[in-house]
Design a protein around this ligand. Structure first.
Ligand code: FAD
Ligand code: MLT
Ligand code: ZN
Length: 551
């Protein structure tokens, strides 16, 4: 069986040269046989070879944003509270206690700091429940005692939502990681919220199925975190959003009420679809404890190609052609600009898979059931876009190692940027024709402010763009040598105003968290924000869940 192999974040191995397509595509039979003979293998690996070298966390969030004040409504965590939780959760490892034990600071630090090393809280108590019942008792106790709580999954979120701002208790879901049930006929999976996406996907692979979400952080992120952020990722083009593929949810409300909606039906029009509220609500109205997911059959064949293009206009044309030629087998269409790729090559020391350098690159993935059939389609597409002069140069992966290598040029970008220092991340949805203009305009603005340059006195190293072009979702990233408030002031609210003028979304997939809380009005009307606040007040009247964030 042909299958696919792709890395979860960056394997950063040196690339074996894939099959190169000449601009005139004179090697058609050869390319055809290369495509047909490609062996693809689904697999994955642990992320983050560069993780340890990322920019060191320094300031607390409360220092970076002194306007944020601890809400005096919340109680302080005391020894009595800690004793209650220890009594409830039993095992030593389920409670990390920095309240009565000063030596626990190092153990708590990873739960206080986010993946970008941008946000850092003052939490002194981490709780790790192992059952829904325990989550329920914890939340009821916290609600009764007005103790603020931050639900936490794999802590890979990119908007500061997963870590405390002040001394909120961290409720980490990592111990609730069981795969509860899988129906091999329907593909319906029931899983606990703390299960790691990659582990779940590997389990599904053994059954011939696939999780309908894939993203670079899959080696660390949890299913509960994915649902809470409504993560989009690399397969959304093919499988749609989690709002569609989630059939059921179990969640615990702040007062301890267990909402059991573990429905396994595709069709169920009985009343409001309450579970949708938990998807994308970033732990502000309840803690997701279990989920039921409709999983698709795992594709038997996967082909990946990477192209160089001279302009953003050409990338748009290539996307249009890809949809026409590849329709049902197109599973990803990703965009990377030349600047992002230059940084990937610089940091990873990998050679480019193409001969020249280009202002834009696109990565196309097809997923189907017949490798020969898919290969023919991809080849026809390639011939066409090259003959039309849309694509200048391209390369096709011939085996699983090359599939993985090509993907690493795209999936590796966040980690490479993080390795280089601080990153101001903007995850936006804008109608395609104007999408990349945001990168150009932002770069011009940062340059004009004198913040961009090759030397150390310039905080900004590069302004880059990449993302899920197939979903009109751009990741504008401002890569810095260090976090610097002057940079943030130049970028915000400029970026949000720019997006708002074009009726875009200021958060396509990463969510609001702390980073975008105060900017929600750029994408939502006052009526919508008012309705959201009503829901928050209804479900969490004491506002104990994930305070200072979201709305
Ligand atoms: P966390 O980061 O722990 O939490 C995220 C939010 O969800 C927080 O507000 C938290 O309070 C809440 N939460 C977590 N678990 C629960 C729960 N059980 N119940 C209630 N609330 C909960 N995102 C994308 O959308 N697409 C991508 O392609 C993508 N790629 C990424 C690549 C890299 C290298 C990295 C580091 C991140 C990427 N992300 C991406 C962002 C992130 O991985 C996702 O948002 C992911 O879904 C977060 O899952 P998590 O388990 O790490 O959640
Ligand atoms: C991605 O698509 O790589 C992720 O959303 C992460 C990021 O934007 O940095
Ligand atoms: Zn993304």
């Amino acid at each position: 069986m042909a299958c696919r192999h792709r890395s979860s974040t960056t394997t950063l191995a040196r690339l074996a040269k894939p099959a190169r397509l000449s601009p005139r595509l004179t090697t058609q039979p050869q390319v055809q046989s290369q495509v047909a003979s490609a062996v693809r293998c689904f697999s994955s690996s642990r992320p983050s070879q560069l993780k340890e070298t990322r920019c060191q966390q320094g300031k607390f969030t409360s220092e970076t944003y002194p306007e944020l004040k601890r809400d005096p409504r919340y109680g302080q965590v005391t020894k009595e509270h800690v004793d209650y939780f220890k009594g409830l959760l039993g095992t030593e490892s389920a409670v990390i206690d920095g309240v009565t034990n000063e030596n626990a600071t190092d153990d708590i630090e990873p739960f206080n700091s986010d993946w970008m090393r941008k946000y850092r809280g003052h939490c002194k108590l981490v709780l790790k429940p192992s059952s829904t019942e325990e989550v329920s008792k914890i939340l009821k106790y916290c609600n009764d005692n007005k103790l603020a709580v931050v639900p936490q999954g794999g802590n890979t979120g990119l908007v500061g939502g997963s870590v405390p701002v002040f001394d909120e208790i961290v409720l980490n879901m990592g111990r609730m990681n069981n795969i509860i049930e899988f129906d091999e006929v329907s593909g319906i999976l029931t899983v606990e919220a703390g299960a790691i996406l990659e582990v779940v996907d590997q389990f599904l692979a053994s059954k011939g199925y696939i999780f309908p979400l894939d993203l670079g952080a899959k080696g660390s992120c949890h299913i509960g975190g994915n649902l809470s952020t409504n993560a989009g990722g690399l397969r959304l083009l093919r499988y749609g959003s989690l709002h569609g593929t989630t059939l059921g949810i179990e969640a615990v409300l702040p007062d301890g009420t267990v909402v059991d909606d573990l429905c396994k039906l595709r069709k169920n029009n009985t009343g409001y679809d309450i579970k949708q509220l938990f998807i994308g609500s970033e732990g502000t109205i309840g803690v997701i404890t279990k989920a039921v997911i409709q999983c698709p059959q795992r594709p038997k064949a996967q082909n990946v190609a990477l192209f160089g293009l001279e302009s953003y206009e050409a990338a748009q044309q290539a996307f249009r052609e890809a949809k026409g030629h590849l329709s049902e087998i197109l599973s990803a269409f990703e965009l990377m600009d030349g600047s992002s790729q230059a940084l990937v090559r610089q940091v990873t020391k990998k050679n480019s898979p193409l001969e020249g350098e280009y202002p834009f690159y696109c990565l196309i993935e097809t997923s189907g059931s017949n490798s020969d059939h898919d290969g023919e389609k991809l080849q026809t597409f390639l011939e066409d876009v090259m003959e039309k002069g849309i694509v200048v140069d391209g390369t096709l992966a011939q085996d699983e190692t090359q599939v993985k290598a090509l993907w690493s040029f795209r999936e590796g970008i966040p980690e490479v940027l993080s390795h280089l220092g601080g990153v101001y991340k903007y995850d936006v949805s804008i109608p395609l024709p104007e999408m990349y203009q945001l990168v150009e305009d932002t770069k011009a603005r940062v340059e004009e402010a004198g913040l961009l340059g090759d030397t150390d006195e310039h905080p900004v190293r590069a302004v880059v763009g990449y993302g899920h072009m197939g979903d009109a979702n751009l990741h504008l990233n401002v890569s810095t040598r260090r976090y610097d408030e002057r940079v943030e002031k130049v970028l915000e609210p400029f970026v949000y105003e720019w997006i708002s003028k074009r009726q875009g979304s200021i958060s396509a997939e990463h969510g609001l968290g702390l980073a975008k809380k105060k900017y929600i009005g750029y994408s939502r009307t006052p009526t919508m924000v008012g309705l959201m606040k009503q829901l928050k007040d209804l479900y969490d009247p004491n506002a104990i869940l994930n305070p200072y964030k979201y709305i």
